[in-house]
Every structure is written in structure tokens, then in C-alpha cells.
Design a protein around this ligand. Structure first.
Ligand SMILES: Cc1cc2nc3c(=O)[nH]c(=O)nc-3n(C[C@H](O)[C@H](O)[C@H](O)COP(=O)(O)O)c2cc1C
Length: 139
């Protein structure tokens, strides 16, 4: 299939972004604990920062599915607004997977930080991100 969306989440922030991206792409966003639905040209992969890194299960997921993924498109949420893209890129390339040059990130709520984020505006921005990539890919 051309597109799939997979995410790792602890409190649901990244899942909200994943669900919105998936709707634009016409697929279902799936937790990374589930199997990938076969070979995927573009995998939109969501993750977050925990103690300045992504969760190691994201790394394991990439390694395990390397043979079935053409290109990874990264999206992330975090308290600081920083992205996980550099970690995902490094891991993708180490495993022979291409990394798409555009990524998405937005703030995610954490304790007293960023209440209500991602909010509607963030989710609309995530949808626009997916629409733009679709059009960049000629869809
Ligand atoms: C244990 C823990 C550590 C975190 N460490 C960071 C961090 O180093 N940098 C940051 O920007 N956000 C950090 N956060 C905030 C999360 O990245 C943010 O809440 C994110 O939106 C969580 O996404 P999720 O709900 O999909 O798991 C941390 C959150 C937790 C629970």
C-alpha cells in the first residue's frame, strides 16, 4: 500500500495527530505494537520525546519492519516543541529506509505545560501537512 500511519503514545497526544493525518491519507492510524499491514511506500511514523529521546520501542519497530518500509515521514509531539525527527532519521537510514525531508511537530501537553495541546489548530496543521505531502507525491 502507498500509505500507512503508525504511532507510539503514552498519554494520547501523538495519537490525536496520527488520527488526523490518517484521515487525510484514507487509512487507519495504528499503534506500533500492531503489525504493519504489509509493504508500505510511505510510513508516517509518530513519536514523542521522553527524557530528550524517543522511546526505544520506536527504534525496535523500525528495525523489525525495515524490509517493509520504503520511506518514513516523521511527526511528533513534545513539551518543548522539539522534534524526534533526528532520532527517527538516524534509525531509518541505519536500517536502509529513506527519510522524507519534511516532518511535522507540535506541542503536546505534559504536566503544567501546553494544556490542551495538541489543539484544533495543531490538528489542522497536521492535516495540512499530510495534504501537502500527498500533493508533493502527485496524489
Ligand atoms: C517521562 C516523560 C519524559 C518527558 N521528557 C520530555 C523531554 O525530554 N522533552 C520534551 O520536550 N518533552 C518531554 N515530555 C513530554 C512529552 O514529549 C509530551 O507530553 C508528548 O506530547 C507526549 O506524547 P504522547 O501523549 O503521545 O506520549 C516527557 C513526558 C514524559 C511522560
Amino acid at each position: 500500500m502507498k500509505y500507512a500511519v503508525a504511532y507510539y503514545t503514552r498519554s494520547g497526544n501523538t495519537k490525536k495527530v496520527a488520527d488526523n493525518i490518517a484521515e487525510v491519507l484514507g487509512v487507519e492510524a495504528r499503534d506500533i505494537s500492531l503489525e504493519l499491514p504489509g509493504k508500505v511506500d510511505y510510513l508516517f511514523l509518530g513519536s514523542s520525546l521522553y527524557a530528550f529521546k524517543y522511546d526505544e520501542s520506536v527504534e525496535k519497530f523500525i528495525e523489525k519492519n525495515a524490509g517493509n518500509i520504503g520511506t518514513i515521514v516523521s511527526f511528533s509531539t513534545s513539551a518543548s516543541g522539539n522534534s524526534t525527527a533526528k532520532f527517527v532519521k538516524e534509525c531509518a537510514e541505519k536500517n536502509g529506509i529513506k527519510f522524507y525531508p519534511h516532518s511535522f511537530k507540535c506541542p503536546g501537553s505534559f504536566m503544567l505545560f501546553n494544556p490542551g495541546r495538541p489543539n484544533e489548530k495543531d490538528l489542522n496543521a497536521a492535516r495540512d501537512f499530510a495534504k501537502n505531502i500527498k500533493s508533493e507525491l502527485g496524489d
